[in-house]
Design a protein around this ligand. Structure first.
Ligand SMILES: CCCCCCCC/C=C\CCCCCCCCCCC/C=C/C(=O)SCCNC(=O)CCNC(=O)[C@H](O)C(C)(C)COP(=O)(O)OP(=O)(O)OC[C@H]1O[C@@H](n2cnc3c(N)ncnc32)[C@H](O)[C@@H]1OP(=O)(O)O
Ligand code: FAD
Length: 671
């Protein structure tokens, strides 16, 4: 056993709570952990499914291998295990195949869109085909010229009464669809968002099913130009694509018509709120965060914490043996708040998912009243959690020093995929501002109406100050929740008053809004952090678990909150809730917590339960055997295939020979 493995074993002996119990809580119950492990075993024990070491693969190799694994999963594993695209196991399938799969947009977006936009008849036609990969679809909304401002989309679907067809057309290059996943090379159908035009009148963006490739040859159909958009920061196994329509005709029936319909004679019939056409985005914002972003942070934490416990460098006490870098307070401050963030954002995301599921149920009963709150919360959470987690992953990467910069650590690859979450499903700033719009409206209503749900805390607008007078008081969840609620409502109040002041002084609404938008983004950060802290505190409060697990979760909650108090102390001071002395106490409480949590560090990340296969990290594997893994990995570099690289002979040979001749005294150096 290596010295590093021994160190990690010793660390595990220090952990004072049951890691398995914490894993069960994190997963949402013992049964969930069991299901997760069953799926994990089915995938792990199948050599065709196992993750390959992707750190040295090209994009094409990763794409090809991703497609091979996806098809193996669909053809062999799903039937063998009795799973399908809608099974309750799908989340765990996703978790356990790592991120190296294809057809994610087909499965995760195209198929659910058919369900939410299609009539019963359309669902019966398209869904079985899609679920069995007999058609492969993409979600084609974003264009070269517009992604955010959907009312500005330029692809048009003009209704032709005579033939009862829609003519899909891109009037200029900027109207070309750009970015949709699985579209570049895989899809033969697309769910296309296009502006409906009937008799010259525009009816806004609507979803259509359009066949884009021939089902025999896979060649683009007439009028279609389609391909891959090229290499990106991450998402190597996804063929994000471009798609241009030149007057492509599709039958009237291909308008997915659950929400609105065009009759044969061209009569337009709206059946529900027009914003339901944005429903697929709300769904994805509400459900993808945990699996795509929080889990990425959890993996990066696992790697960085394990590595920091075995990486020994420098003396803490002069003349004494070198210590693990985790012993440095600065290192604890770099790592442990992100472990806490993983727990905090994980529980908040689970709650958001539940809220979405309840909403979906209510929609079936015709009740859409929850949409504004859900839209605001999912937009705010998507922006804030994606930003916090991906910033965190970068800090964790740097905390691993030189090895963090190598793909061998796994962290660069984890970050490259997760950071896309700040852009897709609504660019983050734009999403912050959508949530801000709702919060300002709520603030303006609170003068006359009582608020409910996630904004109920705005009902109490009384002035007060925090009572804390010693660092230890900051460990209490109720104290922390009160801090965040106070800060959030005061910053909302302040910016809402500024907007009202500007409009009273003659600024049009849109100008007042733009002038305040920097503060509005901060308002949403305050509101969402409040939501995360309050959710975490209430989850812990409702838990029945062993005292050591409860203690460590309370410490995680306090650490997440205190890190945010120290980061945003300006806000807490400005709104007058904390004094400078109390800000010092908050920092003291945070530093005390770091020391308290230090012996439990490895247990806290082991509880996330990421297998070595999923981490793909030489420095973060369970056994801590860092150096041997790094050396084995480096040997596999494509540049090491031959002892002397071909390019050396091609370009460097004359210089080498000149050097040899000089050193052997055959010629003289000319300088
Ligand atoms: C079968 C085989 C199996 C094989 C196995 C395979 C294995 C794979 C398995 C599973 C796969 C699952 C994997 C999933 C992996 C996922 C990875 C992630 C992939 C990422 C994919 C990305 C996709 C995309 O990005 S799609 C494009 C997203 N685009 C956007 O989000 C655009 C953003 N823009 C907007 O949303 C809007 O335009 C806007 C909100 C910015 C502005 O809209 P506008 O109409 O102008 O509205 P506005 O004037 O501002 O407001 C008017 C009122 O409307 C309200 N409102 C706005 N939006 C909404 C909404 N969505 N809902 C409700 N209400 C809304 C707004 O608040 C205003 O209200 P008010 O009352 O008037 O104030
Ligand atoms: C990995 C990945 C996968 C994707 N998959 C898909 C897919 O499957 N299907 C699909 O249709 N699309 C997909 N997209 C596209 C994605 O949804 C858009 O890129 C995203 O919505 C952002 O839009 P944009 O590119 O137009 O950004 P822009 O809006 O051009 O953003 C540029 C800048 O302008 C700012 N800005 C824009 N509008 C405002 C405003 N109103 N107020 C303040 N600031 C503003 C933004 O904050 C940003 O700083 C994907 C993108 C990525 C990166």
């Amino acid at each position: 056993m290596s010295k590093q493995s021994r160190l990690l074993e010793e660390e595990r002996r220090k952990v004072n709570f049951s890691v398995e119990e914490l894993t069960n809580i994190y997963d949402g119950g013992v049964e969930q952990t069991e299901m997760k492990r069953k799926v994990e075993a089915a995938i792990h024990n199948d050599p065709e499914c196992r993750c390959k070491d992707v750190g040295m693969m090209t994009r094409e190799e990763r794409f090809n291998d991703g497609m091979r694994r996806t098809i193996h999963l669909n053809k062999v594993v799903f039937p063998r295990e009795g799973w399908n695209a809608f099974s309750k196991e799908l989340d765990y399938v996703l978790r356990n195949i790592g991120k190296e799969f294809c057809l994610g947009i087909h499965t995760g977006v195209f198929l659910p869109c058919i369900l939410s936009f299609g009539s019963d008849e359309q669902i019966a036609k398209w869904l079985p085909l899609g679920a069995q990969l007999q058609i492969i679809g993409t979600y084609a909304q974003t264009e070269l010229g517009h992604g955010t401002f959907l009312r500005g989309l330029q692809t048009v679907a003009t209704y032709d009464k005579a033939s009862q067809e829609f003519v899909i057309n891109c009037p200029e290059i900027s109207a070309m669809k750009w970015w949709p996943g699985d579209m570049g090379k895989s899809a033969n159908h697309a769910l296309v968002m296009a502006q409906v035009v009937i008799d010259g009148k525009k009816y806004g963006m609507h979803p259509f099913i359009v066949q884009i490739r021939d089902l025999t040859t896979h060649m683009p159909l007439p009028g279609i130009t389609v391909g891959d958009i090229g290499n990106k920061v991450g998402f190597e196994t996804t063929d994000n694509g471009f798609l241009h329509f030149n007057k492509v005709r599709i039958p009237r029936e291909n308008l997915l018509c659950k929400n609105s319909e065009v009759k044969p004679d061209g009569t337009y019939v709206a059946k529900t709120k027009d914003k339901m056409v944005y429903g697929s985005m709300v769904r994805l914002r509400a459900i993808f965060l945990e699996g795509e972003v929080v889990s990425a942070l959890g993996k990066a934490c696992t790697i960085a914490v394990r590595y920091s416990l075995v990486r020994q460098q420098g003396e803490l006490e002069p003349g004494k043996p070198e210590v693990a870098v985790m012993e440095y307070m600065t290192q604890q401050k770099k790592l442990l708040p992100y472990v806490a963030m993983t727990y905090a954002t994980h529980f908040a995301c689970l709650k958001l998912k539940k809220m979405y599921n309840i909403f979906e149920q209510k929609v079936k009963e015709g009740d859409l009243s929850g949409l504004p709150e859900l839209h605001a919360l999912s937009a705010g959470m998507k922006a804030s959690v994606a930003e916090q987690c991906t910033d965190g992953i970068e800090i964790l990467r740097k905390s691993c020093g030189g090895h963090g910069y190598s793909n061998a650590s796994g962290i660069p690859i984890i970050w490259a995929r997760a950071v896309a979450g700040c852009t897709y499903e609504g660019e983050n700033t734009v999403m912050y501002l959508q949530c801000a719009r709702y919060l300002v409206k709520c603030y303006n209503q609170v003068q006359t109406n009582r608020l409910h749900g996630t904004v109920a805390y705005l009902n109490n607008m009384n002035q007060s100050t925090c009572r804390v007078n010693k660092a230890n008081d900051f460990q209490q969840p109720a104290v922390l929740v009160a801090c965040f609620q106070y800060r959030a409502r005061e910053v909302i109040k302040s910016v809402a008053m500024k907007i009202n002041h500007l409009t009273k002084n003659g600024y049009p609404n849109h100008e007042a809004w733009n002038k305040c938008s920097v503060e509005l983004v901060n308002v949403v950060k305050a509101h969402i952090t409040q939501y995360i802290v309050a959710t975490f505190a209430s989850v812990i409060d409702e838990l029945s678990c062993s005292p050591p697990v409860k203690t460590v979760l309370l410490q995680m909650c306090a650490l997440y909150a205190l890190e945010n108090i120290t980061l945003y102390s300006g806000d807490f001071l400005k709104v007058g809730y904390l004094s400078p002395k109390q800000c010092d106490l908050a920092l003291e409480a945070e530093l005390d917590l770091l020391s308290c949590l230090r012996p439990n560090a490895v247990g806290l990340v082991d509880a996330f339960d990421y297998s070595d296969d999923l981490l793909q990290s030489c420095i973060g594997a369970y056994d801590g055997n860092v150096y041997e893994r790094l050396f084995e990995w480096a040997k596999k570099s494509p540049l090491n295939k031959t002892e002397v690289h071909e390019e050396t002979y091609k370009y460097l040979k004359p210089y080498l020979h000149a050097g040899r001749d000089i050193l052997e005294g055959k010629t003289k150096s000319k300088l």
